[in-house]
Design a protein around this ligand. Sequence first.
Ligand SMILES: Cc1cc2nc3c(=O)[nH]c(=O)nc-3n(C[C@H](O)[C@H](O)[C@H](O)COP(=O)(O)OP(=O)(O)OC[C@H]3O[C@@H](n4cnc5c(N)ncnc54)[C@H](O)[C@@H]3O)c2cc1C
Length: 393
Amino acid sequence: MTSVSDAPLCLGELGDVAAAMARIGEQVAAPVADEVDQAARFPAESIGALGAEGLLGALVPRDLGGLGASFGEVSEGLVALGRHCASSAMVAAMHHIQVACLVRHGHNAVLRDYLAELAEHQYLLASATTEVGTGGDLGSSLCAVETTGRTFTLEKQAPVISYGSFADAILCTARRAPDGPPNEQVLVLCRPPGLLLEQVGEWNALGFRGTCSPGFVLRASGDVASILDDPYDVISTRTMLPTAHLLWSSLWLGIASSAIDRARRFVQAEARKHPGTTPTAALRLAETNALLLQFQELVRGSLRRFEDAQHDPAQLEGIGFAIAMNSLKVTASTLLVDIIRQCMLICGLASYRLDSPYSMGRQLRDSMGASLMVNNDRIMGNNAQMLLVHRGE
Ligand SMILES: Cc1cc2nc3c(=O)[nH]c(=O)nc-3n(C[C@H](O)[C@H](O)[C@H](O)COP(=O)(O)OP(=O)(O)OC[C@H]3O[C@@H](n4cnc5c(N)ncnc54)[C@H](O)[C@@H]3O)c2cc1C
């Protein structure tokens, strides 16, 4: 049976959840963001602060002990967190995407109890979808679940699991059975004591360094009820893909906003040096600010689209919806790089230096990851195929 729960994922105003995430971004994440980036270390302070305020259970329904926040609130909170520390915001976004999958597709008693436990103990969830051999093709798995009676076992060669060493549990894709085709997948909640991670290599990346995303061999076993009830293609289409693209885009918007803030301060400082004149870069700032407004409207419009469709499987599985959510990811990740590049032209050398208040080093490096985490060409390839049969709407 497949269904979409009535979990309160809806577009909201900047409420308590978003305000608390913004405060944590400013007071906890910002002071250590450069150090987290330089040391490529897990942003324990900000994720700990989110947990201390119950925010890791933001999307868990109230009747299970969570905050029952709207998806819009979490999105606003990620924009705010992303302004200060993109790695913290990416960890939080990935966690909330996994929680959304559990809330909307984990119907059995074991998984509902787990969500209550997550809200109580503020567990952090990670994701293992990418696999050695299939790469970014998330719709196929080589590894398979093997079941004996009520127990499953699973082994996956995962080239990248963000904050794998710091997570309390990992949602992992796999083939439903060893004799099943690569695209007949399930999503499995892998958790201690049945979860063993063997780290393979290090994470020394250009950006999102604080996500601590090395490779692992993931070995898991447990109760078959830990396998989410809905098939993975349903979970992916109705929840994982749209929420990933919405929440990633939200934190990317935060990165872009922080770059514009620096560019604006730079132009204002220039203007103060030469009263009565408008700095040359002011025009570029105006143009770049227009890009940021487009970016904001794209995220807000896409959130509304998801909110309208969220309880309607037919809409969520429609080609038009999939094309829109894919386009959101590709456009947002492209706008992000464009905005950073423009902001660097505005601030000039001051943005290129790493020791200046206008430095864009971290924003530039983080922004380059956006188009790769599920490659934009792969996503556009999917849209190209869908457009061959789409009748428009
Ligand atoms: C910061 C960061 C954090 C991440 N965290 C996680 C995580 O926690 N868990 C997880 O599972 N994954 C994670 N990933 C991995 C991510 O989701 C992608 O799966 C991964 O980046 C894809 O790697 P790839 O570019 O090597 O592979 P591919 O997507 O396979 O791309 C490799 C190349 O092949 C091309 N290509 C191959 N097939 C096609 C096709 N059909 N259409 C078009 N082009 C194609 C691409 O254009 C590209 O040039 C993370 C990635 C990043 C950057």
